[in-house]
Design a protein. Structure first.
Length: 545
């Protein structure tokens, strides 16, 4: 995800990145606030950044509402990477946080200020649309814009987060009179891929990175999405497994496996230990009702759990759906009216295969006719290499003092969590020191894709990342929360660095994080998966324009 800069550009990037240079200026963020040195409206101008230009088209002070008073900055980096930057007027403490986006992006979502508490203070925050505008019933799944626009493809694949980080830091320096002391990136799904890619290709852009449920195996992941959609489509074109069967399937899985971690609490701490076979739910001969599965539905569920393979059994992705994620299949795997009677997996796969997945001018495919073969996997890898974040060489990021928090929900219905563990184990093998000194993984039981779930519904490591980067306090636990339909917190649970899990100490409420302690795995973990995906054992090189 990179247009490599020439030496002069790279040096300029280091001076404005808020990473190595800023760390040399300050070992900790300011305890006092930093005030602007220019008026908000004065930011409406052009800014030169290495290799391109940023244009601020609007800058207005915002004093009303629940957010802190800030200067709202709108603009774009050439050719068309839009960004939204919020600069606190009275609470800024020298920190910059850039949010990632989801799906194929395509919308400029206003950035939110993180709830870091008074002890942390205000952060400047930014978002980007990654260089295009999405259309259709689900804009973040639209790929039509990419059909014959290579620069727009490259912006999504690798360029947009980097150039926006340079633009934002340049504007911050102009507004406050100095660049940020510390710079952070946080994203989930596509945003998680962006986080890993920044660490791999632009290791001096950010001091700390959060990569949640990362879509780092980009082109293989779209093979996986195609598999999800096709595995659940019958010869008549209709879904085999329907949403009304999911509660019975999920309940059967939980009855079989909820207890295996020693606590019946509505979540499975490690689904890899669950061996529930959907055949246990097969309907009696002649029966077809929501409390059971037809033989065809049993077969579809087994394929969803297994993940994509070719005709010879070679894995085309390192994992499949996890047991315990079934309630979230409606919408992602099973079509729903909200998505135009389609599923997210089908929309993502079809748009990618038709408009994004192959080099411009070469034959494309579609969801209906894509083949699950090593040949097709390799064809998709030509363009996919631009956006895949599969390098195992993060040495430059580590040497720059960068810290990386990786996290995934164990009930993620969109991106299989075992894929992250496959990458992390390979990364640990490649590293020449204890990887936990600079990169840690947190696996959240019951959490679905980025948010929502059964029991636990949200996980936010931003405070832990700031403490790690600024004070050297490595996170030994991060608290996940579960909210009910009214938004009230009804469960808290510590999530410990993988492979540790949370074990109930036998006293007090099972919904109180204070009553859990770290526990080692029952057996040694072996997370690297034998699949056909390619890994880079070096920092990615230049990508052809």
């Amino acid at each position: 995800m990179i247009r490599l800069l020439v030496v002069v550009g790279l040096m300029a990037s280091l001076l404005t990145s808020g990473s190595v240079a800023s760390a040399a200026r300050s070992s900790t963020a300011r305890s006092s606030t930093v005030r602007p040195v220019v008026e908000c409206a004065n930011l409406v101008r052009d800014f030169a950044i290495p290799g391109t230009r940023a244009h601020v088209t609007r800058a207005e002070p915002v004093h009303a509402g629940v957010e802190a008073a800030h200067c709202a900055v709108l603009g774009y980096v050439e050719p068309q990477v839009r960004f939204h930057l919020k600069l606190p007027i009275t609470t800024y403490t020298g920190r910059y946080l850039q949010h990632g986006c989801g799906g194929y992006c395509g919308a400029l979502v206003p950035p939110s200020f993180p709830d870091c508490g008074a002890e942390v203070g205000g952060l400047a925050v930014a978002t980007t649309d990654d260089g295009h505008v999405g259309h259709g019933p689900v804009p973040s799944t639209d790929g039509t814009w990419a059909a014959d626009d290579q620069p727009a493809r490259d912006d999504l694949a690798f360029r947009a987060p980097h150039v926006v980080s340079m633009a934002a830091k340049r504007i911050i320096e102009d507004f406050y009179g100095e660049p940020p002391s510390f710079s952070y990136f946080s994203g989930c799904s596509t945003g998680g891929r962006e986080g890993l890619l920044l660490a791999q290709r632009y290791p001096h852009d950010f001091d700390g990175i959060i990569a949640g449920a990362p879509a780092n195996y980009l082109s293989p992941l779209l093979v996986y999405q195609a598999w999800l959609a096709r595995a659940n489509t019958g010869a008549d074109g209709r879904p085999v497994l329907t949403a009304d069967r999911l509660p019975a399937l999920h309940d059967a899985v939980m009855r079989h496996c909820d207890h295996i971690d020693g606590l019946v609490d509505g979540q499975i701490d490690d689904p890899r230990r669950c061996d529930h076979d959907p055949a246990a739910l097969v309907c009696p001969p002649g029966a077809d009702r929501p409390t059971c599965l037809t033989p065809a539905q049993v077969d579809a569920v087994r394929r969803l759990y297994a993940g994509p393979t070719d005709a010879h059994g070679r894995r085309l992705y390192p994992a499949g759906q996890e047991r315990g994620s079934e309630l979230a299949w409606a919408g992602w795997v099973i079509p729903v009216p909200e998505f135009g009677d389609a599923s997210l997996a089908a929309l993502l796969a079809d748009n990618y295969l038709k408009y994004m997945g192959y080099p411009i001018g070469t034959p494309h495919s579609s969801l209906a006719d894509v083949e699950f073969t090593t040949r097709e996997f390799a064809r998709l890898g030509v363009e996919g290499a631009r956006g895949n974040a599969m390098s195992l060489d993060l040495g430059e990021f580590r040497r720059a003092g960068g810290k990386l928090i990786l996290w995934h929900g164990w009930s993620d219905q969109g991106i299989p969590p075992r894929g992250l563990l496959d990458y992390y184990e390979r990364l640990a093998r490649h590293d020449d020191r204890d990887i936990r000194r600079w990169a840690r993984v947190f696996m959240v039981p019951g959490l679905q894709h980025c948010f929502g779930g059964t029991g636990l519904t949200e996980f936010d490591p931003i405070r832990a990342l700031l403490a790690w980067v600024e004070h050297g306090t490595a996170p030994d636990r991060i608290i996940a929360a579960g909210r009910d339909a009214e938004g009230e917190v009804v469960r808290t649970r510590p999530v410990f660095p993988y492979p540790l899990t949370a074990r109930y100490d036998g006293t007090g409420s099972i919904d109180d994080a204070a009553n859990f302690r770290p526990a080692p795995p029952a057996r040694p973990t072996r997370d690297a998966v034998d699949w056909i995906g390619p890994y880079l054992h070096h920092k990615p090189g230049p990508v052809a324009p």
